[in-house]
Design a protein around this ligand. Structure first.
Ligand SMILES: *Cc1c(COP(=O)(O)O)cnc(C)c1O
Length: 408
């Protein structure tokens, strides 16, 4: 270990609250799909800041947009009309059936807005005392009290009780369980088309269509959390579009401003009646700097057809990983996901494999101990994916031959 890295690690342990377990890396620079650590070592980044820098690190056009807007106006608050918000709202609405947007700063806040709108729409527009939000086991919707109540994982909730009431969970792909859970008190059903933190688990399109039909039948809202899977990552602009459904409300964040904190809730004119002036607000949400940046990001995504790019590169990687699985048998259980949102589930705990990939200059995430999770920039060169594939094959061969050093 380098002294530069150790110095940073030690200082961090004294200065920051202990709430993260970090990778053994201090990153100082990025460009495209490459990152450099404090010792000058170069990495191929297949994580993109957890699905955030979809256009790559230090993207020239995004940097220019940030610089230009920063030099003009950064923030005035939502007391004022702001042109950048309109530019961004029009772009977002052009991607689907949505006609109304609310801006915020993160995925959790976007989900809070979804939950608050759903409840208030039921009370104030439909005059129905319905407030329950039904989510799926294995989901992840954020770390604020509402979004964490929706997430409902004992290990994340431990020590933080009590949580707000009115949240319940059902197993995924069990339409009967969802039907049984819906009552007069149900305001909305909320899910991710591809569970991200849950280990890259796509929901069947037929199931999503059944969920939509059930929501319509029972007059409850359908909320899709597109925070991770949205914005071209899965091969469509929004992940729900694979199933051909039309959710009432969606949340987005992660890639929205390519690394600046930014979230949004999208809905229709009808549902948006649930909010009136003063119902919900944020100081920073949709400020000029982030809104102008996000508008540039969406323009680039649409102009360069990054959904299509994610689709074709994703299919390529999936097929190649399947080929590796047959050449190096007994190592890979399955590869799943859509577009450039991929999970490679190993047959055994994968800490040693993940760490060896890191040592050989490949950054990815290890999810639930067994799944290598890939969320690369959508602009990544095919050559970088090929380097990953050949490195993965070599590492898995060494792992099969028990040649990898034991993971700490
Ligand atoms: C990351 C994530 C969130 C939370 O977003 P934050 O910006 O961390 O608050 C919510 N939902 C999904 C699906 C996510 O992947």
């Amino acid at each position: 270990m380098s002294t530069a890295f150790d110095a940073i690690k030690n200082e961090e342990e004294q200065l920051l609250c202990r709430s993260y377990s970090r990778y053994p890396l201090a990153i100082v620079k990025g460009k495209g799909s490459r990152l450099w650590d404090v010792d000058g070592k170069e990495y191929i980044d297949l994580l993109a800041g957890i699905a955030v820098t979809a256009l790559g690190h230090a993207n020239d056009e995004v940097t220019a947009a940030i610089s230009k807007q920063a030099a003009t106006l950064t923030h005035v608050s939502n007391l004022f009309y702001q042109k950048a918000q309109l530019r961004l709202a029009k772009l977002l609405c052009s991607t689907a059936h949505f006609t109304k947007v609310f801006f915020c700063n993160s995925g959790a806040e976007a989900n809070e807005a979804c939950i608050k709108l759903a409840r208030r729409y039921m009370r104030k527009v439909l005059h129905k005392d319905a407030y329950e939000i039904i989510t799926l086991e294995g989901c992840f919707h954020g770390r604020t009290y509402g979004s964490l109540a929706a997430t409902g994982r004992a290990n994340l909730q431990d020590g933080f009780e009590p949580f707000p009431a009115g949240f319940m969970q059902v197993p995924a792909h069990d339409i009967a369980a969802l039907r049984a859970a819906i009552s007069d008190k149900t305001a909305a059903v909320m899910m991710e088309a591809v569970q991200g933190e849950g280990g890259i688990k796509p929901l069947d399109h037929a199931y999503l269509q059944q969920v939509q039909a059930l929501c319509k039948e029972k007059n409850v809202l359908l909320i899709m959390d597109e925070v991770q899977a949205g914005l071209c990552r899965t091969g469509k602009f929004w992940a729900f579009q694979h199933a051909g459904i039309c959710p009432d409300i969606i949340s987005t964040a992660k890639s929205l401003a390519n690394g600046l904190p930014m979230g949004a809730m999208l809905t229709t004119d009808t549902i948006a009646q649930g909010f009136v002036a003063g119902s919900h607000a944020t100081t920073f949400g949709g400020g000029e700097l982030v809104a102008a940046t996000a508008a540039t990001v969406i323009e680039i995504m649409l102009r360069d057809n990054l959904a299509q790019r994610a689709q074709s590169l994703g299919s390529y990687v999936k097929a190649e990983v399947q080929a590796i699985a047959s050449r190096v048998p007994g190592q890979i259980k399955e590869v799943r996901g859509l577009g450039l949102m991929l999970g490679i589930e190993l047959t055994a705990p994968g800490k040693a494999v993940w760490l060896e990939l890191l040592r050989r200059g490949i950054i990815c995430n290890l999810s639930h101990d067994v799944t290598l999770r890939l969320l690369p920039p959508l602009t990544i060169d095919k050559a970088d994916l090929d380097t990953f594939l050949s490195t993965l094959e070599a590492v898995l061969r060494d792992n099969a031959a028990l040649l990898l050093p034991a993971a700490k």
